[in-house]
Design a protein around this ligand. Sequence first.
Ligand code: SF4
Length: 327
Amino acid sequence: MLRYFCASQGYIAHQDFADASYMRKVNQLREGLKQVKDYTAPYPLNNMPLFNKLEIETVNRCNGQCAFCPVNRQEKQRPLARMSEELFYSVISQLRELNYAGNIQLFSNNEPFLDRRINTFIRHAKSALPLSFLQMMSNGTLLTLDKFKDCIGFLDSLIIDNYSADYEFHPHVKSIYEYCLQNEELQKKVKICKRTPDEVLHSRGGQSPNHEKVEVIGGSCIYPFNQMVIRPTGQASLCCNDALGEVTLGDVSRRHIAEVWNGPEYVAIREKILRGRQHIRQCSSCTNMLPFFVPPGHHVDEYIPDGHFLMTGKLRVLPSSSWGKKN
Ligand code: SF4
């Protein structure tokens, strides 16, 4: 069934009122609209506080075949790009100058362990940015127990999505799971989720291959105000759901990351998204709402996809005072 939100009002024009989960989303959207307005009101659009969510994609490939993902390896591939080491270390150094203390992920729309340099990058990022919350996600297929042991001490959070049609363990994930069972501290930071590759998630900026067509979504979105996503080339994407990098909001290989964040491209996109998702093509059919809003100074520690968590807690929003601590 085609569903959409009224563009100007942020309410549903066509809906199934019996669908409680859908109504929950609508209520989230309404609440989210207010949160975006409240959050942005004190600041000029060219002087927003620094993002507190950062994704750095070091290579733009994934070895997965998930039906919901616009960049799964069955789909048309992006031109291959691999971040230069010079650029990676430059970005981390700029973040260090800024005393960056937000969430940082060394992946975006890719499988990070395809990059053989990733554990070196993880070690460097955590050493240079001790106040940040360093989080990785992986499908686990390339994450051997040795690689896991090599990086886990530098991570604040690792989420492994084990994809299998019949919920079978991948052998690497199984060995990590069994290793973590022996260690309570690891169980606090490692989340393993058994999932199927045919899940239907949100529309990913209208590009999720197995999502029903969505016409118009109203309301705003917090991501242009709190998230930066850097592609391997140094170009900043609209958000984590701009999987193909169709929108470019500046280039950190040419300008300082703080300048890019409040540069003209970000200002223009913020003006549009405040007027409504319908003013940006990708956003106009994007059903992404969770995590809709994370207050400044907080981060989302965990997330809840469909599937079965083997080791997890609930979605928690933690104050920044907990960053860098074992929790
Ligand atoms: S509406 Fe969707 S595509 Fe647009 S910025 Fe938000 S999450 Fe990204």
